[in-house]
Design a binder for this molecule. Structure first.
Ligand code: TXA
Ligand code: MG
Length: 352
C-alpha cells in the first residue's frame, strides 16, 4: 500500500515546479524527477542534475490523453486504444511530438514519449501543477533507478530536488516503452506490460526489441545504448550451471550472490553472502533494485546475479541451462524485462 498522500506537501511541490524547480515523485514503477515539460530551463536542469547525455530523450508524465496533447502533435488510434486499456499504468507511448515542445526533451527527435503514472501522489502532483511534467527516473544517469524516497535523497541534494515520499514502488522496474509512429508497433523497452497484452488490445502484431538494437533503433531510443541500472561494484550474471564456480569463489573472495532459486551448490553460503530474491517475477521485480543497492552498499569485490530463465524467443542472453521450470506463459515477458535490466547492469561470468 502506498503511503497516503499529504496534500500540503503536494501543494508546496507544485509551487516549486511553477518556480522552475525539480520535484521527485513516487510512481508505481520507480521514482521520477519531475519538472515543467514546457519550460526549457527546467528541462535543462533535469539533464544537468541527472548527468544525462543530451542524446537521450526524457519521458513526459501526464494525467491522461487530454494532457498528452499538450506535448503530442496527434493522438493516433493506437494510442487511444492503449491508453484506454492501460492508463494510468506502466506503459509509455511514443507518439509524434508538438513543434513547440522544448527540443531537449525529445533529444531533437520527432517523437515524444508519454505516460500516465498509476500512483496517487504522482497524479495529485500532475493535477495540482496542471500541466505535463518530464518524468525520467530519479537517479544519476546510468545508475540504478530509485524505488524509495531514501534512494532519491541519497543521489540528490535537498536544495536541488524536493522529494515526495510515497513509500516503496510496487512494480519496481521501469515502464514498457512502445513505439507507435511506424508501420509496425514495436516495444523499445520491455516491462510489466508485454507484447501479447498490447497485441490483444490493438489486434495487430507487436514486435519485441531485437537481440541487439539496430542503428535505427538506437537513434530512436538512445537509452538502449548505454549501460544502465548498474551498481558501482563490478557485477556479473551467471547461470545455474555456473553456480558451483560462484560458490567456490565466494569461499575465497568477498562477494555477494543474488539468487531467486534454492540451488544446492549455493545452499551453504552464509546469509552475509547470499541475498535471496523471490522466485515469482512480479515480486522479484519489486525487490530487484533495492537488493542491488543493498549488495552495492556492502563495498564488496563483486556482485554475482543468477540470471532468470526466460521463455522469450527474443531473449538477448538466454541462459545456457535453465535455472528453473519454464515460467508460466503469462509471466514470461516479466522475466524477459528483468533479464533485460540485468544484462545492462552486469557482464557475463566467464567461468565454466
Ligand atoms: O517507469 C518509467 O518509465 C519511469 C517513471 C519515473 O515514469 N521513467 C523512466 O524514464 O524510466 P527514463 O527517462 O529513465 O527512461 C525513459 C526511456 C529511456 O530509455 C529513453 O531513451 C526512452 O524512454 N525514450 C524517451 N523518449 C523517447 C522517444 N521520444 N522515443 C524513444 N524512446 C524514448
Ligand atoms: Mg532511467
Amino acid at each position: 500500500m502506498p503511503t497516503p498522500i499529504n496534500l500540503d506537501d503536494v501543494t508546496r511541490a507544485a509551487d516549486r515546479l511553477r518556480a522552475g524547480g525539480i520535484v521527485a515523485s513516487p510512481t508505481e514503477t520507480v521514482y521520477g524527477l519531475g519538472a515543467d515539460a514546457l519550460s526549457p530551463a527546467a528541462v535543462n536542469k533535469v539533464f544537468a542534475l541527472k548527468g544525462r547525455p543530451a542524446t537521450n530523450p526524457l519521458i513526459v508524465h501526464v494525467t491522461g490523453p487530454e494532457m498528452a496533447l499538450r506535448v503530442a502533435a496527434s493522438w493516433p488510434r493506437r494510442a487511444e486504444l492503449l491508453a484506454d486499456a492501460f492508463w494510468p499504468g506502466p506503459l509509455t507511448l511514443v507518439v509524434p511530438r508538438r513543434d513547440d515542445l522544448p527540443p531537449a526533451i525529445t533529444a531533437g527527435g520527432a517523437t515524444v514519449a508519454v505516460r500516465s503514472p498509476d500512483h496517487p501522489t504522482a497524479m495529485a502532483l500532475l493535477f495540482a501543477f496542471g500541466g505535463p511534467l518530464v518524468g525520467p527516473s530519479a537517479n544519476k544517469s546510468g545508475f540504478i533507478s530509485p524505488t524509495t524516497a531514501h534512494h532519491v535523497r541519497d543521489a540528490f541534494l535537498e536544495r536541488d530536488v524536493l522529494t515526495l515520499d510515497g513509500g516503496p514502488c510496487s512494480a519496481g522496474i521501469e515502464s514498457t516503452v512502445v513505439l507507435l509512429t511506424e508501420p509496425r508497433v514495436r516495444i523499445l523497452r520491455p516491462g510489466l506490460i508485454g507484447a501479447s497484452d498490447l497485441a490483444a488490445v490493438l489486434r495487430e502484431p507487436v514486435d519485441l526489441p531485437g537481440p541487439a538494437p539496430s542503428t535505427a533503433e538506437l537513434l530512436q531510443s538512445p537509452g538502449l545504448l548505454e549501460s544502465h541500472y548498474a551498481p558501482s561494484t563490478q557485477s556479473f550474471r551467471f547461470t545455474a550451471r555456473q553456480a558451483p564456480s560462484v560458490a567456490a569463489l565466494a569461499r575465497r573472495a568477498r562477494i555477494a550472490v543474488i539468487a531467486h532459486q534454492e540451488l544446492e551448490s549455493l545452499a551453504d553460503l552464509d546469509s552475509a553472502t547470499l541475498l535471496p530474491l523471490p522466485p515469482l517475477p512480479r515480486l522479484y521485480a519489486a525487490r530487484l533494485y533495492e537488493t542491488l543497492r543493498e549488495a552495492d552498499a556492502r563495498g564488496l569485490e563483486a556482485i554475482f546475479i543468477l540470471m532468470p530463465d526466460t521463455n522469450d524467443p527474443n531473449d538477448p542472453n538466454p541462459p545456457a541451462s535453465p535455472t528453473s521450470a519454464p515460467a508460466s506463459t503469462a509471466d514470461a515477458h516479466i522475466w524477459a524485462a528483468i533479464a533485460d535490466r540485468l544484462t545492462r547492469a552486469t557482464r557475463p561470468f566467464l567461468a565454466p
